[in-house]
Ligand binder design. Structure first.
Ligand code: FAD
Ligand code: DLZ
Ligand code: SF4
Length: 511
């Protein structure tokens, strides 16, 4: 009897995925394929490609060990057709089968490709909230604030609940989580795994096939197996989670990871179960090892934000990535790729992105994202950049964060006000400004922090849209109270800066 073909994608590396659970080992061929089309729809960071290919190869070995028959196509297989659809067709011919089953992918584009191949698409139940459940939660609501969705997920899972009430009497302890960090704090280090023979082969392949892609390939120390991922999670819970809440928004030169988990790539490809991870965090709290603000903050990111942005991605449809409510049209400056800029905060965020394929949330939101928002950079170009440069980037999570949260390009669906801030915010939350070419306290003049004038330029050019927003009224009052000459000087400083940016792709001439 012809066997069923189950396609397992590069971000579905869990034996618990629905396509495998719905199949029996004897009657199934599992197909996994490294294909140029997936490695090339944006110019992914070298580390991202290496991480995904190595994790895929290790997962194929895990499945074989568990008794599955796996047909694995490597990128350098001479017969590789370079697309998922092509590899499905070839495998169907090889194995004489027409039946194709797949767990729902994380992108509209891939979903359309698989549907065109006649795939039976099963829901992805590695998430807590199904697409249908999110749609029914959102139905008829005037505003889709994450906080209310999050409370529902707390009740659904029972995480940090005391009966029907939230543990500690509050749903959210974010007001305790805004502390700047200091370099004298003990900084935990994430687990670093030495590449094994499989990863070494992948590193050679990536260097051969993608020599010009963005980013440093080595040193490469990402966990790539389930066991390594679980060790990384344990290390995070024990060493970093206790201070996670306090310093969640902090940034420090030379301390790129602070108390963050670095677990997003591992969760997003299926090596870690998000709910089990939350249960580990809760257990650490209940054992008295982690304070409530940290455990709650971490759990909120996962069962709140992570689930919520996925719901938004699928609910809003394939055109969500193209929204541009603020009509931002500026080309993405080359400094995003080169890291050549005199802005110390941008240089730090982009530099570590190149080296690690990682930056933490506040660097993405309040440094590179904030700059793009203030400078009026085309959100779609920015989306392609975020999708390319981070190891954890898949459309379902990256698009709502970029287009919605960071760029307000969805017109405020995800955030009630834009995440726009002047240099004062970055100065408060980091030590970047101390070593910057620019002076954060200066507003006009060529050495003034660019974020300052750009901030007012942003507010001024979007006055019609935002002046009526009660959360922004105070800022417009401050602007209106300013001396006319000072206002003109601020706008002129911003215009000069933007003109230079357009000419050179950077604030330096030699980018
Ligand atoms: P931690 O700070 O340790 O947080 C714990 C976990 O919570 C993360 O591992 C992640 O799974 C989850 N999480 C936290 N914030 C978010 C969020 N806003 N949305 C979804 N999950 C969240 N996250 C991605 O996983 N992939 C992306 O492509 C991505 N693109 C982003 C683009 C922009 C412009 C912004 C502002 C944020 C983006 N995020 C993305 C969200 C967030 O920045 C990352 O999840 C986080 O930085 C990952 O690092 P960490 O594992 O150390 O996170
Ligand atoms: C991101 C990525 C890359 C770089 N390569 C592959 C690949 O070769 N094969 C594969 O199955 N998936 C890959 N992926 C992930 C996909 O591009 C896409 O993001 C997910 O399949 C969406 O669920
Ligand atoms: Fe960034 Fe401005 Fe501070 Fe320089 S002075 S690091 S540009 S916020």
């Amino acid at each position: 009897m012809a066997k069923r073909l189950v396609l397992v994608l590069g971000d579905q590396l869990s034996p618990r995925i629905s396509s495998l659970r719905a199949s029996d080992k004897a009657g199934t061929i599992v197909l996994m394929a490294e294909v140029a089309a997936e490695a090339g729809y944006v110019p992914h960071h070298k580390k991202k490609i290496a991480f995904i290919f190595s994790a895929m190869r290790h997962f194929a070995a895990e499945l074989r060990e568990a008794g599955w028959t796996v047909d694995y196509v490597t990128l350098d297989d001479p017969a590789n057709s370079s697309t998922l659809a092509g590899e499905i067709r070839r495998a169907q011919t090889r194995h004489g089968t027409g039946e194709l089953v797949v767990t729902e992918p994380g992108e509209w584009r891939v979903l359309a490709e698989l549907e065109a191949c006649g795939a039976q698409v099963l829901p992805n139940d590695l998430f807590l909230c199904s697409r249908e459940e999110f749609a029914s939660w959102a139905e008829g609501r005037k505003s889709l604030r994450m906080e209310y969705f999050y409370r529902l997920m707390r009740q659904k899972t029972g995480l940090l609940m005391a009966g029907n009430a939230p543990e500690g009497g509050q749903w959210n302890f974010d007001h305790e989580n805004r502390k700047p960090a200091s370099a004298s704090l003990f900084m935990p280090q994430p687990l670093r795994v030495a590449p094994d023979a499989i990863t070494q082969q992948v590193l050679e392949l990536v260097e051969r096939h993608f020599p010009r892609n963005f980013g440093d390939l080595e040193p490469f120390w990402f966990p790539v197996t389930r066991t390594e991922a679980e060790r990384a999670a344990r290390q995070f819970i024990d060493a970093a989670l206790p201070s996670f809440g306090d310093y969640q928004d902090a940034m420090l030169l030379g301390h790129r990871f602070l108390f963050h988990s670095l677990l997003s790539p591992l969760i997003n490809v299926g090596l870690l179960d998000p709910i089990e991870l939350c249960r580990m965090a809760e257990a650490a709290y209940r054992a008295g090892k982690v304070p409530l603000n940290s455990a709650e903050g971490f759990i909120r990111q996962i069962i709140g934000w992570r689930e919520y942005v996925r719901g938004i991605y699928w609910r809003e449809g394939p055109d969500y990535a193209r929204r541009n409510a603020l009509e931002a049209r500026r080309a993405l400056p080359s400094l995003y790729w080169t890291g050549k800029t005199r802005m110390a905060c941008m240089a730090a965020a982009i530099g570590q992105t190149r080296e690690e394929a990682y930056a933490h949330h506040i660097q993405r939101l309040m440094v590179t994202g904030n700059f793009a928002l203030l400078a009026g950079i085309d959100p779609h170009a920015l989306h392609e950049w975020y999708l390319a440069v981070y190891a954890d980037a898949f459309e379902w999570v990256e698009v709502p964060n970029t287009v919605g949260m960071s760029q307000h390009a969805d017109g405020g669906l995800l955030a009630s006000k834009p995440y726009a801030a002047s240099g004062a915010y970055i100065n408060r939350m980091s030590d970047y400004c101390r070593s910057c070419h620019y002076t954060v306290s200066e507003k006009t003049g060529d050495r003034a922090c660019p974020f300052n004038a750009l901030y007012w330029h942003f507010l001024d050019r979007h006055r019609q849209r935002f002046a009526g927003n009660p959360r922004m009224a105070q800022m417009y009052r401050t602007w209106d109270r300013m001396d006319e000459k000072h206002r003109r000087a601020l706008l002129a400083r911003a215009d000069r800066f933007l003109h230079h940016l357009d000419q050179h792709g950077s604030d330096c001439s030699a980018a």
